[in-house]
Design a protein around this ligand. Structure first.
Ligand code: G3P
Length: 217
């Protein structure tokens, strides 16, 4: 499973990129606004930190302007993925981008039929928003399972990028249900490795080892 960070915090990104376990980054207009920085500048910096796919979202809602914005974003670096909303204008833009070799991430996906249409349009990634469905009393993971079944049935190449992830359990379930990637907040990424029994067990090992008075080196 590819793990992406859902952040524009380049300091945190640089720290976690050093683990060698980070496969890409996603951003969105809210994260860009939160950074307080010019979008093109922060996307460029992110692309310099991470070699993998970096999603940068258009602001336009009409196809023609999406194309202009997307081409400008794609020109920042070869690993930029142009993110577009799941609308008819967005899918028309995806078809054009896919014909010109620009990678796309179709975002704000909340139904299996939306995901199917994005795959038919040639999307590189589809971003089903698991957490926001959960927030509305649905089970966001049902959507991951539905999309996986449809994509496998019709052999679509679009990669499922589980998004709006809130917990380690979300990442586990997305992995179990066959999502190709998950984009996760930095703290959830850190928590993937943490377990209190590991900490407790290591503490006991080190304590018992200290009693031996031995040294390996
Ligand atoms: O950036 C895409 C998605 O992961 C954002 O989800 O619900 O945390 O705003 P959310």
């Amino acid at each position: 499973m590819q793990l992406f960070l859902d952040t524009t915090d380049t300091a945190v990104l640089a720290e976690l990129a050093q683990t060698g376990l980070l496969d890409g980054v996603t951003t969105n207009p809210t994260l860009i606004a939160r950074s307080g920085r010019p979008m093109l500048e922060v996307i460029k910096e992110i692309c310099d930190i991470v070699e993998g796919p970096v999603s940068a979202e258009v602001a336009a809602t009409d196809t023609a302007t999406m194309i202009k914005e997307g081409e400008k974003l794609a020109a920042i670096a070869t690993n930029v993925v142009v993110k577009v909303p799941l609308t008819w204008d967005g899918l028309k833009a995806v078809r054009i981008f896919s014909e010109s070799g620009i990678m796309t991430n179709v975002t704000l996906c909340f139904s299996a039929m939306q995901a199917m249409m994005a795959a038919k349009a040639g999307a590189t990634f589809i971003s089903p928003f698991v957490g926001r469905l959960d927030d509305h009393g649905a089970d966001g993971m049902d959507l991951i399972q539905e999309i996986r079944a449809i994509y496998d049935t019709y052999d679509f190449d679009t990669e499922i990028l589980a998004a709006s992830i809130r917990t380690v359990v979300h990442v586990k379930e997305a992995a179990l249900f066959g999502a190709d990637c998950a984009t996760i907040p930095p703290q959830v990424f850190r928590d993937l490795v943490k377990h209190p029994l590991t900490d407790r067990g290591l503490e006991a090992f080190l304590s018992d080892w200290a009693k031996t008075g031995q040294s390996i080196l």
